[in-house]
Design a protein around this ligand. Structure first.
Ligand code: S3P
Length: 440
């Protein structure tokens, strides 16, 4: 997001928030649906596809790779190229701000024998490491050349791939998915081992597409496929976007919200569980963690009732981090209002997101009056029962922009968010949706 395009929006303290909010379609699932649609042999209809900057980058990239993308009012239809026939691309594939596109797509491209693809994106993407995908893809036989061997722009030359048994150094659904995509066309059975579970949308969608896939403990194994057949997919509401409404409903006095149609996949409900543990009123049915065996296809959804109430501090442990990774900035905000201390540990990955979300959450919330300290792998917040308000900069990071907005609604004096336009990356209707809750 360029600085000149940055817009400043003021969020005044809200009297109360009331009504129903439907979170936008899930970003992670939309990215995957578009990519798998492009890999499929038959047309795929995607209902409730997220129309936002990141997921538009993905559709554009699929078109560059030879897929036909038809955008209808309520659905997107993708006519793919087949798993092994991605088209040749002249010049660079622009991933914009989309880290998920940048890290997943190379898994597919790595299997396109003797073809070279170059990926690049905006200034934030150029700071995000790709060595974490280069290591396993090279082991499978692809060639990767990256700037300083670590950053975009980078290029991938495809090869006939061999299956690997790969242990992820950190739990990352992006890296896991990248290796699984490559495994679709590799000789043999690919195994990915994660230190702790991370979001499993790729596995569920591949299961729908007929791929043989199993989870045993924290290991996922997949055998290559001749083709993917998906037919149709419906994207649930995004729990990471719903989290802003949940936080606002819990923090703003007298609020009562219904969050409708949010994804309830257990690998994404870590935030709701943390809020519940802090004493926040969030009621709804969440999926139970799944055990070993064939990966179950499909994504559960839920409605959540949210009400204002007092909070107590909590400790977020490392194994919970991947299940709430994008919502941890909101945990810091809740911590400001909670009694006692709120600690997040084992979240060093936050430093490699759209911004360094440890440094910028601490800087941003401190500027609003919070007592918060950064640690190497998280933060420690001392609750003061509220937040004064002031000005916060999104630094082009969509989740920081929306964090500032929710902070403003719950603050004493309001918050001015510089760079609110960044929200368009995942939640283009954020300001309208929240304004509607105020007007009731
Ligand atoms: C995502 C995985 C997470 C998350 C990101 C989306 C995905 O990243 O932070 O916003 O769609 O797979 P990591 O897998 O790098 O933790």
């Amino acid at each position: 997001m360029s600085k000149s395009a940055a817009t400043t929006v003021r969020f005044d303290p809200a009297g109360r928030l009331k009504g129903t909010i439907v979170p936008p379609p899930d970003k992670s699932i939309s990215h995957r649906a578009a990519m798998l649609g492009a890999m499929a042999s038959e047309p795929v209809v995607i209902r409730n596809y997220l129309e936002a900057a990141d997921t538009t980058s993905t559709l554009n990239a699929m078109v560059r790779l030879g897929a036909l993308v038809e955008r209808r009012p309520d659905e997107v239809v993708i006519r793919g190229t087949g798993l092994r026939e991605a088209g040749e691309v002249d010049g660079v594939i622009d991933v914009g701000n989309a880290g998920t596109l940048m890290r997943l797509l190379p898994g597919w491209l790595a299997g396109q024998k003797d073809r070279t693809y170059t990926l690049d994106g905006d200034s934030s993407i150029r700071k995000r490491p790709v060595d974490r995908i280069a290591v396993p893809l090279r082991e499978m036989g692809a060639s990767i050349e990256a700037t300083d061997d670590r950053y975009p722009p980078f290029s991938i030359t495809g090869a006939r791939l061999r299956a690997i048994d790969y242990t992820l150094p950190v739990a990352s659904a992006q890296v896991k998915s990248c290796v699984l995509f490559a495994g679709l066309v590799a000789d043999g059975t690919t195994i990915v081992r994660e230190p702790v579970p991370s979001r499993d949308h790729t596995e569920r969608m591949l299961a729908i597409a007929g791929v043989s896939l199993r989870r045993e403990g924290n290991a996922i194994s997949l055998t290559n496929a001749d083709e993917l057949v998906l037919d149709e997919l419906t994207v649930p509401g995004d729990p990471s976007s719903a989290a802003f409404a949940i936080a606002a409903g819990v923090l703003v006095p007298k609020s009562r919200l219904l969050v409708k149609g949010s994804g309830a996949n257990w690998t994404r409900t870590g935030f709701v569980k943390i809020v519940q543990r802090m004493g926040g009123v969030v009621l709804g049915e969440l999926e139970d963690p799944q055990g070993d065996g064939p990966v179950s296809p499909g994504e559960p959804i839920t409605d959540l009732d949210v009400a204002h109430g007092p909070l107590v501090g909590t400790v977020v442990e490392p194994h919970e981090v991947p299940l709430a990774i994008d919502e941890l900035p909101l945990v810091a905000l809740l911590g400001c209002f909670a009694e006692g201390e709120t600690v997040v540990r084992g979240a060093q990955e936050l430093r490699f997101k759209e911004s360094d979300r440890i440094a910028l959450v601490v800087e941003g919330l401190r500027g609003l009056g919070a007592e918060i300290e950064a640690t190497d792998d998280g933060f420690v917040v001392t609750g003061t029962g509220g937040l004064r308000g002031g000005t916060i900069h999104s630094h082009g990071d969509h989740r920081l922009a929306m964090l500032g907005a929710v902070a403003g609604l719950a603050s004493d004096e309001g918050v001015e968010v510089v760079g609110m336009d960044a929200a368009a990356v995942s939640y283009p209707t954020f300001t309208e949706d929240f304004t509607a809750l105020l007007r009731r």
